[in-house]
Design a binder for this molecule. Structure first.
Ligand code: CA
Length: 228
């Protein structure tokens, strides 16, 4: 049975999450402080950890930093505010997803499923590889989506490549600038928006049934694979 560890010091929230996750067929465990959670994960790692940021004894960020030094263990951070996500992204801690409070438990279950699906096999897609639907041929700068050629500019190609290597992970504009643009490029974060807009249009033309790029208001963008 898939085991989810909930690390949360607010017992009401933890208990609602436990109910929903159990109902969705997961085995759950609850720990209320960061230090115990880290010990528990190291001793016997669950399949995924829902990790609150503000915790007694050791905060969620310190726990994640320790974990990331040695493992790609799937972690979804629970944060108090949407504004905080931007700061967390800036720290490049490598959470697999972020959920802002207040959240609906249903949303949490959906995100848990999505993260488990994409971390179940290989953790990150290597360069030039493909998701189920998207094929990126780096040698020829050619991309196809569900068999349809996308005719991307190099810039759009690199943006899509950066996003698609970690489906579901949210990238800030600043991170995309670093990943998809050369340092010599004199571009602003606004340029990212306009390239994303064009990229979206091309993805939608090739495969309109799904919204491939998710905008997270005030934070950034992620590449979303369609549900199975
Ligand atoms: Ca808390």
């Amino acid at each position: 049975m898939t085991r989810i560890l909930i690390v949360e010091d607010e017992h009401d929230i933890a208990s609602v999450l436990q109910d929903y996750l159990r109902h969705a067929g997961y085995d759950t465990e609850h720990i209320a402080d960061g230090r115990s959670a880290l010990d528990r994960i190291r001793a016997d790692a669950p399949d995924l950890t829902l990790l609150d940021v503000m915790l007694p004894r050791m905060d969620g960020l310190a726990v994640l930093r320790e974990l990331r030094a040695h493992s790609a263990h799937p972690v979804i951070l629970l944060t108090a505010r949407i504004e905080e996500v931007d700061r967390l992204l800036g720290l490049e801690l490598g959470a697999d997803d972020y959920i802002c409070k207040p959240f609906s438990p249903r949303e949490v279950v959906a995100r848990v499923r999505a993260v488990l699906r994409r971390t179940g096999g290989d953790n990150a897609m290597p360069a030039g590889a493909s998701t189920s639907a998207l094929v990126l041929d780096e040698t020829h700068w050619q991309a196809t989506l569900q068999g349809e050629p996308l005719n991307l500019t190099r810039r759009e190609f690199r943006l899509l490549q950066a996003l698609a290597r970690h489906p579901g992970r949210i990238f800030s504009r600043g991170q995309l600038l670093e990943l998809a643009y050369d340092h010599s490029d004199d571009v602003t974060e606004r340029a990212v928006d306009s390239h994303i807009k064009n990229l979206r249009r091309k993805l939608a033309a090739a495969a309109p049934a799904h919204d491939w790029i998710r905008s997270v208001y005030g934070v950034g963008f992620s590449f979303e694979e369609p549900p199975d």
